[in-house]
Design a protein around this ligand. Structure first.
Ligand SMILES: CC(C)(COP(=O)(O)OP(=O)(O)OC[C@H]1O[C@@H](n2cnc3c(N)ncnc32)[C@H](O)[C@@H]1OP(=O)(O)O)[C@@H](O)C(=O)NCCC(=O)NCCS
Length: 323
């Protein structure tokens, strides 16, 4: 059978680092409050003129380089973002052009913080259906542009960045030892869209708007839904919690991550966290965390990984894969 196997990974973080202490200068907040409620110490913000596509291209180039393929060996780009360069065309087509790719197809996915899980699930479906052979799956965001810097309950949470993985369709035996994506589980429930949204848009205000959020309600949904969908992805892949080497979750809040892991029965040493240094980079957070985990030697070829994410919509999902 065909599996979508990870061949390479890349990342990009803007140079500008904004610490909690920086927010203390302009807001009624404190480093202590932010750290204890969220686990965040700092985040990166894009510089003036630095666009989502610029960050996506940098991450994609590194993923291509580490894969040892050339851009013309790639025939699919799925780019998850809620902060595209323009309303249209898609940021994915811009990345395609910047990489010098002249074949295949490219499109954006908008599932907010669950975007990278949605993108992986969609790329996996296209690769296993033989619609493409190699896919760049990218999460890239400039959330700093949709933050209301006077709203202390949201602006301290988010950051900018990009991550990318290169997936390749490979023939595998179809067993549990196969590398690649083993299962996916994606969900949404639009009845909860008022809990986390942007108060602008092309057909409503003709502005891009700012993030608005009911934090405690999102927290409650997050732990329940992330644990449930991860359990479902594990079940679909025939895995028990003991088979899982690492949980690489969306990085929104350390307390959400720990509560989810507790429900799933994963000890802290199996959890990858980058929320302290990146904040919540929405669709970019999982590939950035995967990158970090691989770089520091915690994530190695052959290991079983569970990734999960939830975002505005609500949208949520989980992926089980063998790295
Ligand atoms: C946002 C979040 C950190 C708030 O933590 P909380 O413990 O739920 O705090 P509450 O919202 O109940 O607010 C508690 C108090 O802190 C205050 N507060 C909010 N932000 C603050 C800040 N940055 N600094 C200081 N105080 C703050 C509130 O105004 C409130 O004050 P009040 O009691 O006087 O009204 C938490 O709800 C959360 O992380 N939710 C999930 C959000 C998320 O991850 N969203 C993205 C999903 S992809």
């Amino acid at each position: 059978m065909i599996r979508a196997v990870v061949r390479g990974i890349g990342h990009y973080l803007p140079q500008r680092v904004v610490t909690n202490q920086d927010f203390e200068k302009t807001l009624d907040t404190s480093d202590e409050w932010i750290r204890t409620r969220t686990g965040i110490c700092q985040r990166h913000f894009a510089s003036d003129g630095e666009k989502t596509s610029d960050m996506a291209v940098s991450a994609a180039r590194e993923a291509i380089e580490t894969s040892g393929v050339s851009p013309n060996d790639i025939d699919l780009i799925v780019l998850a973002t809620s902060t595209p360069d323009q309303t249209f065309p898609s940021t994915a087509t811009k990345v395609q052009a910047e990489l010098g790719m002249c074949q295949g197809f490219a499109f954006d996915i908008q599932a907010v913080c669950a975007g990278f899980i949605y993108a992986l699930a969609n790329a996996n479906a296209l690769l296993t259906a033989r619609q493409a052979r190699r896919a760049l799956v990218i999460g890239a965001e400039t959330f700093s542009h949709i933050l209301d810097m006077r709203d202390r309950s949201t602006c301290i949470l988010f950051g900018d960045g990009a991550g990318a993985v290169l997936l390749e369709a490979q023939d595998q035996a179809g067993g549990r030892q196969d590398r690649g994506i083993l299962s996916s589980e994606i969900r949404s429930d639009g009845r909860h869209r008022h809990l986390l949204y942007v108060d602008g848009g092309v057909s409503t205000t003709q502005t891009s708007g700012f993030i608005r959020m009911n934090g405690p309600e999102i927290f409650r949904h997050a732990v329940e839904k992330l644990a449930e969908s991860s359990a479902m992805a594990m079940q679909k892949a025939g895995l028990t919690r003991k088979d899982v080497d690492l949980m690489v979750p969306h990085q929104a809040n350390l307390r959400i991550i720990h509560a989810t892991a507790k429900r799933l029965g994963f000890p802290h040493e199996k959890i990858i966290t980058t929320v302290d240094k990146h904040g919540n980079t929405s669709a970019a957070s999982i590939p950035l965390a995967l990158y970090d985990a691989q770089k520091c030697g915690k994530l190695r070829e052959g290991q079983i990984v569970i990734s999960n994410a939830i975002g505005g919509g609500l949208t949520w999902g989980s992926i089980a894969l063998r790295w």
